[in-house]
Write a protein that binds this ligand. Sequence first.
Ligand SMILES: [Zn+2]
Length: 87
Amino acid sequence: MELKNHMEIVVDRMLKVFVEKDPNICTCENCILDVKAYALNHLPPQYFVTEKGEVYTKAKDLTIQFETDVTSVLVQGIEKVKKHPRH
Ligand SMILES: [Zn+2]
């Protein structure tokens, strides 16, 4: 079994959408991980246990459920990293 965080799946999914829409977001590993870390530090974790390797199909529903919260936190994180990228 494996421990996973719903919120991380949602953040990953939505961050991808933001990056595709905004060409000004730096997509290097550093910046993407900084935005992700910022977002996950400002959102409540939602842990669940799953079979190892199982594809988590509810991620889409969860994206909708947490969309407003995740959007506002991601926007803050992206702005922060844009102003002070670590490179
Ligand atoms: Zn960068």
